[in-house]
Design a protein around this ligand. Structure first.
Ligand SMILES: *Cc1c(COP(=O)(O)O)cnc(C)c1O
Length: 394
């Protein structure tokens, strides 16, 4: 039996747990900061790297390792390094693979804190970042400079669900000697496997769908042995934003139901998107599963299912959008996403509130836009709650 041939649902449940002498069926949490050696000679061999094995939990921890092996298998990467948060996964990737003088080319439609990390913090250390529209392949090509080392993107984008053609961008990146890094947080490997499409590195915020129940913070970087196993791991073991064993344990259990959950999130979102598209009080719906999505063909090719994130627009701007949101009784007003609980946000005044009105207009974030992370409650109840909101509009 080759575990590499297992389907994703099986890998997500079975990979990585090497049972201890106790014969436990469920993976244990190893809450230990350091590890003990048989002799002084063995300690020396471990420290010099001659002998593999645990030294200190900032470097390696058995519970964290199960999570890393499992996620690497799901993404189809040689190595995974787990991190304390999604942001520290992105930071460790950049610190491990870039140096002063390098240029980073990024999609404009990325997570807000990632923009601040690139502009304010990497900028201080001599790494320059510029931005291009996510889906415009010509713009990506034109913006590459001799010193460009990395292309970075999220697909589908938040909140407009615009897509990047990962395979085409991998070719562009490699033709110019650059790495392609994909933040796969919105899809998880159940819906989209960027490494199979040619990307070099996948980063995750495990805080979202991988946890799936809004409990723990964490992240991960997946890729090849050299870049992730050596360079990114080197940053982690030295600088220390490592994943705690407790959080790794929660994520392991999250992974066990990930395939089931992603299908259910996608199913609910698909039904709601179709209902919203025909709703008289909704002017536009953004969802990769709709035939009306401008990149529906790419979505069908690149993603196994269209996912759980959707956005819709109402007439009447901020005032109308807030009225809709405030009338919802069940859906939680919170910025977290990928939770079993359905959540709602008003991007123009929260996640995209720091942009100027002109920047928001350019990014397509209208004041009447509402984003929903569709959860796993009965779809009838989610629909009824959104309807309660929409009834507020004349
Ligand atoms: C939340 C998020 C992050 C950051 O992850 P944290 O775990 O909050 O640090 C990065 N990228 C995307 C797409 C996210 O949604």
């Amino acid at each position: 039996m080759s575990t590499g041939e297992w389907k994703a649902a099986t890998k997500a449940i079975r990979i990585g747990h090497h049972r201890t002498a106790e014969g436990e069926h469920s993976p244990p949490i190893f809450t230990t900061s350091s590890y003990v050696y048989e002799s002084a000679a063995q300690a020396a061999a471990r420290f010099s790297g001659e002998e593999p094995g645990n030294i200190y939990s900032r470097f390696t921890n058995p519970t964290v390792r199960i999570f890393e092996e499992r996620l690497a298998a799901l993404e189809g990467g040689e190595r995974c390094v787990a991190t304390a948060t999604g942001m520290s996964a992105i930071l460790a990737t950049c610190m491990g693979l870039l140096r002063a003088g390098d240029h980073l080319l990024s999609s404009r439609s990325i997570f807000g804190s990632t923009v601040i990390l690139f502009d304010k913090y990497l900028g201080r250390f001599g790494i320059d970042t510029s931005y291009v529209p996510l889906s415009d392949l010509e713009a990506w090509k034109a913006a590459i400079r001799p010193e460009t080392r990395m292309l970075f993107l999220e697909t589908p984008s938040n909140p407009l669900t615009e897509l990047a053609d990962i395979e085409a961008l991998a070719h562009i990146a490699h033709d110019h000697g650059c790495l392609l890094v994909v933040d796969n947080c919105f899809c998880t490997p159940i819906l989209q496997r960027p490494l199979e499409l040619g990307a070099d590195i996948v980063v995750h915020s495990a805080t979202k769908y991988i946890d799936g129940q809004g409990r723990c913070m964490g992240g991960a970087v997946v890729g090849d042995e050299q870049r992730v196993g050596e360079e990114v791991f080197g940053v982690l073991r030295t600088a220390g934003p490592s994943l705690s064993p407790f959080n790794a344990w929660a994520f392991l259990h999250g992974l066990e139901t990930l395939a089931l959950r992603m299908k259910a999130h996608s199913h609910n979102a698909d039904l709601l998107a179709q209902w919203l598209e025909n709703h008289p009080k909704v002017s536009r719906v953004h969802y990769p599963g709709l035939a009306s999505h401008p990149q529906a063909a790419l979505a069908a090719r690149q993603m196994d299912l269209p996912g759980g994130m959707l956005a819709f627009e109402v007439e009447g701007g901020r005032e109308a959008a807030w009225r809709v949101i405030d009338a919802m009784r069940m859906i939680s007003i919170t910025a977290n996403l990928g939770d079993v609980k359905t959540t709602v946000t008003h991007p123009a005044t929260t996640t995209h509130g720091r942009l100027s009105p002109e920047q928001r207009a350019e990014a397509g974030i209208s004041d009447g836009l509402i984003r929903i992370s569709v959860g796993l409650e009965a779809v009838e109840d989610i629909q009824a709650d959104i309807e309660r909101g929409l009834e507020q509009l004349r």
